[in-house]
Design a protein around this ligand. Sequence first.
Ligand SMILES: *[C@@H]1O[C@H](CO)[C@@H](O)[C@H](O)[C@H]1NC(C)=O
Ligand SMILES: *[C@@H]1O[C@H](CO)[C@@H](O)[C@H](O)[C@H]1NC(C)=O
Ligand SMILES: *[C@@H]1O[C@H](CO)[C@@H](O)[C@H](O)[C@H]1NC(C)=O
Length: 509
Amino acid sequence: MPLSPSTLLCLTASTFITPTVSSSLPANANHIFNAIHSSMRQWGSSLNHNGMSFFLATVPEGTQLYHGDWRSEPIQGPEWLAFEAEHALVFTHPMPHHPPPEEGKPGPQPPPPSLQHEPQDSQQVIGRPDRSQAEDGFLHTFAAAKDLRLLYVDGMSAGKTDNGTMDSQDRILFRDGLGEGEGMRDEQKRAELFCQIVNDRWSGRLDGMLRMEAGFEIILCDFSSLEVLQVARVRPSKQGKPGGDIGMHAGQMWLPAVASRYWKIGGDRVALNYDHFVTAYDGAYELDLFPDTESDGNVTRHPRLEHIPSSELEPLRQDLDALIQTHEASESSTNWQAVADMVVDRYGARLHYLASSQASTLQQLQEEIEDIVTPFIDYDQRNTSLEVERCSRQFVRRSMPVRTVAGDAVLSVSRSVCTTLLQALCHTEYDSIVDQIQGLMEYLDWTTWKDCRGCGDHEICLIPMWPMGTVEDYNHPQCRDISQLDGHGPRYWGGRPPRPKPDPLHSDL
Ligand SMILES: *[C@@H]1O[C@H](CO)[C@@H](O)[C@H](O)[C@H]1NC(C)=O
Ligand SMILES: *[C@@H]1O[C@H](CO)[C@@H](O)[C@H](O)[C@H]1NC(C)=O
Ligand SMILES: *[C@@H]1O[C@H](CO)[C@@H](O)[C@H](O)[C@H]1NC(C)=O
């Protein structure tokens, strides 16, 4: 016989200290929690594309990495490496110069210079074969010859956009040193400047920078830290056939390959130090990351740094220096992402259900909620603050250092969830409980709630990943067949929409 939760659990309602989302919470705990949860994941880092954090990262010795190039000669660096071979394949052909965007290719649009040998618009064409000779380039496969020490810039930080994806690196890491935005052509400069900073300011303590676009990539300063496994000629192009170019076909292989890393880079290919990292979300910096913008309905507000005076960013720059000077990516640290996963896995679907009004009566709704929190209740001795503590520390080992930015954020978010659930039992109106849960979900903004679920074998749940995607893909991600990935309507990253294509670009290369 179920106890009546509304009377039972509310005896101590007055002992609740804080409402669900109160001003006494540490600043941006929800955003820091989500940054940890989405780190090194293509899905969450694409949705929350304006990263505000820097982590020390290690790629273990022996990990395979790929570079696509029209040359077969040994690569020196600084150069680009991809984690997925299909991502590198896109760059095995010289990009057509000034491609008209209305051509509607499934490939890069505009073609990113990442993993490419030179800036898009480069005047230096010396030694570069003309396009007809260069159709079929080379895939270079490497293995890390030692543990690579990297600086991970989170979010879609390799997305060459004006939408804020590069704010953190350009303003904090490069200290506004790139000059006026040259967009993509700044990429070569970024690589060179990064490697120069590593030498001049950080005593060579890093090997490169880790970023994400549609796919994770590394800018590696010195390729002598890699072993060459293979340099292979890529699959030949079919001349004269629309869409028969491996470069274009590679575009079609590219998104499914990187989408397979939506939830995990996989294979322990990257380890992050969560105990010591730097984030602009840290309340200590008192930065106004969400300047007042017209909020147009469903569009998520994204943090920016562009409007913040340089002097206000100085403490963050100094902390980034100190992080690199005094810590190692390889030092042992707490896996706060694993704790965040336990929280999201335990509560994500249940909160979604509670907020959906599928429970038919108040009693049914409260029983659902009590089922979630019942393990934390001693029914002989009700004490709400103890119940909240037990609930929010369920996945935190006692040895974990909770007095860190990550520990603080993960615990704080867990407390918000647990407090809201225990408190919801005290409400006697169905609608007010649903309101509370919906308010909590808006605050949490977990990226799992946007997942399509149940896509077919030949489909992916498509979201914008630079340089691809539409506004509709962002607002309402759907399962899409991998031969039909180029959507219609306004482009998410700006630019003109592609014209409908005469040929579905089905190459049988
Ligand atoms: C928000 O989403 C809802 C449902 O998905 C849709 O009906 C509505 O038009 C959207 N609003 C805006 C401003 O896009
Ligand atoms: C709940 O437990 C805490 C910690 O043991 C104690 O300080 C507090 O007085 C208890 N509250 C009630 C209402 O019993
Ligand atoms: C990104 O920036 C472009 C160019 O300013 C703009 O057209 C586009 O709407 C922006 N996208 C988002 C999601 O803000």
